[in-house]
Design a protein around this ligand. Structure first.
Ligand code: SAH
Length: 238
């Protein structure tokens, strides 16, 4: 899906920001950069800030107007650091990434000038506006940093789509099953009765609290095995 997304930078003043944006994009698997009348391009500064993303700079499409950059797009999302006069459909970066994925349309994410953002006219060319929820008193991010935030959200969406985001899925040991945790809790109860930590006449809240504790921990199979081993070693002492 990311190959349907282009990043459009309008009238960028500092070539370093173009390089920074290219790097941010490449880190997150995006590679289509459009530059609308950049002040200075190509430039050494852009190449140096791009680090290894010079390929994106080399194939960047340079055009005169925003219209040219978005003519063949089906969805245009403009970024804005502050609220504008006429309210427009407004989303946050995560919702913007949702839209891009849900619709699967040829999409442009449009970024404005460092000093004054996008003009009202340019913003009105966009179907949606996206605002990164920065604090009101200091709301404007560096251009390349804003590109990073949007690209990151797109990356998270594409990872989610292939089910590859969770740390859990890269865990070295499989998660314990309900049954394995239940057996461990039964074992724990038996040992606590044996050691007289648990009084058979007390309410069973203790076991409920232990269950809550171990469920919160989301034990893996190795951890359940270790706990069972400790319990068995206590049984042997008795
Ligand atoms: N002073 C300008 C800010 C420009 S910052 C203004 O008031 O609009 C340069 C560009 O970075 C913006 O045009 C936008 O594309 C992006 N950007 C910076 N901060 C942002 C934010 N909080 N939300 C969305 N985009 C932002």
């Amino acid at each position: 899906m990311n190959n349907k997304v282009r990043i459009v930078l309008v009238n960028t003043s500092h070539p370093g920001n173009i390089g920074g944006a290219a790097r941010a994009m490449k880190n997150m698997g995006l590679d289509r950069l459009y530059l609308v009348s950049p002040k200075i391009f190509p430039s050494e500064e852009a190449i140096s800030r791009a680090s290894g993303a010079t390929d994106l700079l080399e194939k960047a499409v340079v055009v005169e107007t925003l219209e040219e950059a978005i003519a063949d797009c089906q969805l245009v999302v403009g970024t804005s650091a502050r609220e504008r006069h006429i309210p427009w459909p407004l989303v946050d970066p995560r919702q913007a990434a949702d839209l891009v994925y849900k619709e699967g349309l040829e999409t442009a994410l449009v970024f404005g000038r460092e000093d004054r953002g996008l003009t009202n006219e340019e913003l009105q060319r966009c179907h949606y506006h996206v605002h990164i929820p920065s604090i009101e008193s200091f709301s404007s991010l560096n251009l390349a940093a804003a590109v990073q935030v949007l690209s990151y959200e797109l990356r998270m969406k594409s990872l989610l789509a292939i089910g590859d985001t969770t740390v859990q899925s890269k865990w070295d040991v499989p998660a314990a099953s309900v049954e394995q945790v239940d057996y461990m809790l039964e074992h724990l109860e038996k040992v606590m009765l044996l050691t007289e930590f648990l009084d058979p006449n007390t309410p069973r809240q203790v076991m409920t609290r232990f269950r809550r504790l171990f469920q919160r921990a989301q034990l893996d199979q190795h951890e359940v095995g270790m706990l069972r081993g400790v319990l068995t070693s206590i049984e042997k002492l008795k």
